[in-house]
Ligand binder design. Sequence first.
Ligand SMILES: [Zn+2]
Length: 316
Amino acid sequence: MDFNNDASGVTEGNRTLVLYAGNHMDHTSIGFSIYILTIAFIFGTVLGSFIDCMAWRIVKQESVLNGRSHCDVCGAQLTAGDLIPIVSYLKSGGKCSHCGAKISPESTWVEFLLGLTFAVLVLKFDLSFIALRFMGLSVILMGLSLVDLKTFIIPDRFHVMGIIWWLMTLPLTALTKGQGVTSYFAREVLGAEGALLQTGTESLSALELMLQDLKFGLISPFGIALFMLFLSIVFDKVSGKESLGGGDIKLLFMTGLYMRPGVAVFNLILSCIVGLVFVFILKKEKIPFGPSISLATMSSILIVSELLDGYICLLR
Ligand SMILES: [Zn+2]
């Protein structure tokens, strides 16, 4: 196996940064990979169940933290057996176990979708802080999309959560330099040569990497948000209608933190395309834009990292 193909070099001034870019679980057995992906999927469904519940409580203006989940029809408190993601729904045939009322399959779809997202992220980024960063982002995006779908409003708390999560993961992704657990395991335990993280003549320190992440992370959101604000003001003046809500501009700002400027521009275009597709499919004149931006954001992160094969575009 030629491991040299896995490293991508980026020249910057007189220094060359080479990040090991192909460590999406190439060095582990299929059995171990399936085990890790299954755990990621289950973890995703559990958080899906949590965020779906939280979104409903925000929509119904109930307390987010207090009180146990209950059936909407008979009010019976749900037991632990009713709260297993996906399994409970399939076992009960989509009916409340107390009163037999039909339960919407929505939560089950949310659980499945986040489980799938987590598994794909781990497949792509290994068990790394990069994967964890995007897992957190996907949970936040799922929550605000659910609320936006029902109320046409994105509460500010989601944007704040996104910014705090980005700041929290900033040192972690830089310190580990995007390295994942399985590639580390492969190198330390199995001694696989291919799991080398860096092979450059001179690599950036964790601090330099973090400062770069911070710098690029801030350029994208401010650029995109300013551009969108300008565009929407011009459009609204010309058409006399409100095109883009303030929540959408804040969302473009927040998601921009997680991308480099090039990816953010790609994301902006993809968001509009996804939005237009939704308008076309649903045949409605007004749809919330939050879910489109959210779907485009996760797609952009996965597509761009796939195209450039690595973290370079995301971490640097
Ligand atoms: Zn019931």
